[in-house]
Design a protein around this ligand. Structure first.
Ligand SMILES: [Fe+2]
Length: 240
C-alpha cells in the first residue's frame, strides 16, 4: 500500500502548509502531490515553492495563478483578473518571486500523469478536458461520466474548485484535496488529503485543521496589501 499526501491551491499560504506538515509528520509518504496554484493571495510564494523544491518526492503542476504570474514575468499584459485588488496581488507576487523559484515554475507543466502502487493517476488543475474548468462535486453526474469515459487513469487528482471531495464514477476516482491556502466555504481551516493506494484498493481521507491565520494577516499588512484579503482569510470565504 502506497501513501500519498495530496495538497493543492496553496496560494502562497506557507503558514498553512507548515501546519499541515507538522500535523502529518508521523507519516511516511511515498509521494507528495500538488494540484497547482502555488502562488498569489498570500505573501509567502518563495517559501511555498522552496518547500517543494526541497522535497524530491513531490510532483507538482501549474495552476491558473502560476501561469498568469509567468505571463507577467514574460512582460505580457495581464487582461484578467480585472479587479484592481486582485491585480495588486498578482503584480506583488511577480515582483517578489526569486529567480530560482521562477525557474522552477517554468520547469513545470500544466498536467502530468504517473503510476503509484500500480495505479495510473492523472494530475490536473481543472480537469483532463480543460485546465480552467472548475469541477465542483455537485456538477451534473453526466459531466463526471464524460470525463471518466475513455479515461486512461483510474484516479484523477484535481484542484481549482477549492472544494474537497472524492467521487467514484464508472470506476474512476475523482479526488480534490480542497485548498491549503484559500478557503471558500466559510471554514478558515486548511484542507488536505491523504491517499492510500494499491492495485486492489484506493482510499482517501480528507482533513481540515487549524493554522495560524494571523501569520498570513501580518504578512499582508507588512506588505500593505488590500485589507479585504485579511477579512477573507479570517472568514475562510471569497469576497471578491
Ligand atoms: Fe486556486
Amino acid at each position: 500500500m502506497k501513501k500519498v499526501l495530496v495538497l493543492g491551491d496553496i496560494h502562497a499560504n506557507y503558514p498553512a502548509l507548515r501546519a499541515i506538515w507538522s500535523y502529518v509528520r508521523k507519516h511516511r509518504f511515498d509521494r507528495i502531490i500538488n494540484t497547482g496554484d502555488f502562488t498569489v493571495y498570500s505573501t509567502f510564494p518563495n517559501e511555498t515553492i522552496q518547500w517543494f523544491l526541497n522535497r524530491k518526492n513531490s510532483i507538482s503542476i501549474l495552476g491558473n495563478t502560476d501561469r498568469r504570474i509567468l505571463r507577467i514575468l514574460k512582460g505580457k499584459n495581464l487582461k484578467r483578473p480585472k479587479k484592481e485588488e486582485k491585480r495588486i496581488m498578482y503584480y506583488w507576487t511577480a515582483e517578489t518571486l526569486l529567480p530560482h523559484n521562477v525557474q522552477y515554475l517554468n520547469s513545470l507543466s500544466r498536467h502530468t500523469d504517473f503510476t503509484i502502487g500500480g495505479v495510473r493517476i492523472g494530475l490536473f488543475h481543472g480537469t483532463c478536458d480543460d485546465e480552467d474548468e472548475t469541477l465542483f462535486p455537485d456538477a451534473p453526474e453526466t459531466r463526471f461520466r464524460e470525463l471518466a469515459k475513455g479515461s486512461s487513469f483510474r484516479v484523477h487528482l484535481m484542484g481549482h474548485s477549492h472544494t474537497p471531495y472524492h467521487k467514484v464514477i464508472d470506476g474512476v476516482h475523482f479526488i480534490n484535496p480542497g485548498s491549503v491556502g484559500r478557503m471558500f466555504d466559510g471554514d478558515p481551516r486548511t484542507a488536505f488529503a491523504i491517499l492510500k493506494l494499491s492495485s486492489e484498493e484506493i482510499s482517501v481521507e480528507h482533513f481540515r485543521i487549524p493554522y495560524p491565520v494571523e501569520d498570513v494577516i501580518t504578512g499582508l499588512k507588512q506588505n500593505r496589501l488590500p485589507d479585504i484579503y485579511a477579512k477573507m482569510y479570517r472568514m475562510g470565504r471569497k469576497l471578491n
